[in-house]
Ligand binder design. Sequence first.
Ligand code: FES
Length: 102
Amino acid sequence: MRYKLCSENDVPESGSIIVPFFGREVHVYRSDGRVRVAANVCLHFGGPLECRDGAFVCPWHGASYDMASGKATGITRLSLTLGELGELAADLPDEKAAAGRG
Ligand code: FES
């Protein structure tokens, strides 16, 4: 079974949709005409990320990441790894794919 995050029509024109992914979450959003995907995890200490004015912002200590590049603009120098919709799809046995939806 191919694991599908969401359809492109589900992705809002601004902000993001948060989608479960194997017990974790990813933000799916539009940037520069592409549908992008980023883990909902701050690289400083693992906090959740909120979408604010073109940036992912962590409410725990204020880290900020540019949504187009993933580059940090705050407390950490680490950059988010961004994907495109479809890159996170994987062929899995049905029971493992079903367990990932949560
Ligand atoms: S955990 Fe996100 S800024 Fe510290």
